[in-house]
Design a binder for this molecule. Structure first.
Ligand code: DAT
Ligand code: MG
Length: 140
């Protein structure tokens, strides 16, 4: 299995409830290394651009407003099979369907306020990492 990098976002519902450390611990316990991390407050334009792929979905406006509502913590996670492993640790998009022990099962408030984002494939991981970080900021 290849060593991969993936982009994670700890969303406003989680930063607001002081869950940043608990969520980061889940990544580390799963063997994912946090090779870059920063707390930022996205503008609506930045959040809209990041989630552009969903622009025609009915929830887009709500999603963008939520992601720009309060700070987020963006991180790059590195490890074997990191993209799929992070998706496993996150749990299903809808917390009602998330497995026990996953971040979304434990912490998510709803389908929209679901605590974390994670890249879904190698190409999106690359794009999403470049959206937030320069090469110099990635410290393996
Ligand atoms: P994921 O975040 O699991 O990759 P996604 O890419 O399908 O899920 O959607 C991006 C985010 O949009 C998701 O984390 C929460 C929000 N979202 C998705 N479907 C939604 C819905 N039906 N109602 C409200 N928000 C939704
Ligand atoms: Mg997605």
């Amino acid at each position: 299995m290849a060593i991969e990098r993936t982009l994670s976002i700890i969303k406003p519902d989680a930063t607001r409830r002081n869950l940043t450390g608990k969520i980061a611990a889940k990544f580390e316990e799963a063997g994912l290394r946090i090779v870059a991390s920063k707390r930022i407050h996205l503008s609506p334009a930045q959040a809209g651009k990041f989630y552009e792929v969903h622009k025609d979905r009915p929830f887009y406006g709500e999603l963008v407003e939520f992601m720009a509502s309060e700070p987020v913590v963006v991180q790059v996670l590195e490890g074997e099979n990191a993209i799929a492993k992070n998706r496993e640790v996150m749990g299903a998009t809808n917390p009602a369907n998330a497995d026990e022990g996953t971040i979304r099962k434990e912490f998510a408030l709803s389908m929209g306020e679901n605590s974390v984002h994670g890249s879904d494939a190698a190409d999106t991981a690359k794009e999403e990492i470049a959206f937030f970080f320069s090469g110099l900021e990635l410290v393996g």
